[in-house]
Design a protein around this ligand. Structure first.
Ligand code: ZN
Length: 98
C-alpha cells in the first residue's frame, strides 16, 4: 500500500544506507576537486585556491553521518563515564581521513 508516508520513509532509508556505505560525499562547493577552478582569459581551466569549505580535501561528511557521530558520542559519554580520561575526545570527526 502506497500512502503519503511511504515515499519519504523509503527516501530516508536509502539515505541512511548511503551514509553507512559512504560517509563522505563530495564537497558541494568545489564538487570534490578540493580547490576552486578558475578560467583564464584564454579559456583554460586553472587551479585556484584551496576550497575554504573542505580545506582542500574535496570531501565533506554527510549530514546524516554527522548526526550519527554526534548521537554516538553523546550516547558514549552518557553511558561510559570514564574517570580521568575522556574516550575519543576531539577525534577526526568532520575531517576525512587520508
Ligand atoms: Zn570543497
Amino acid at each position: 500500500m502506497f500512502t503519503a508516508t511511504t515515499i519519504p520513509l523509503i527516501v530516508t532509508l536509502c539515505y541512511i544506507g548511503l551514509c553507512v556505505a559512504s560517509p563522505y560525499g563530495n564537497c558541494r562547493k568545489c564538487r570534490g576537486f578540493g580547490f576552486k577552478t578558475k578560467i583564464t582569459r584564454r579559456g583554460r581551466v586553472k587551479r585556484g585556491r584551496d576550497c575554504r569549505r573542505c580545506h582542500g580535501h574535496g570531501r565533506r561528511i554527510r549530514i546524516g553521518r554527522w548526526i550519527y557521530n554526534r548521537a554516538a558520542r553523546i550516547y558514549r559519554d552518557a553511558h561510559t563515564p570514564a574517570p580521568g580520561t575522556r574516550p575519543g575526545t576531539r577525534s577526526t570527526e568532520g575531517t576525512p581521513r587520508r
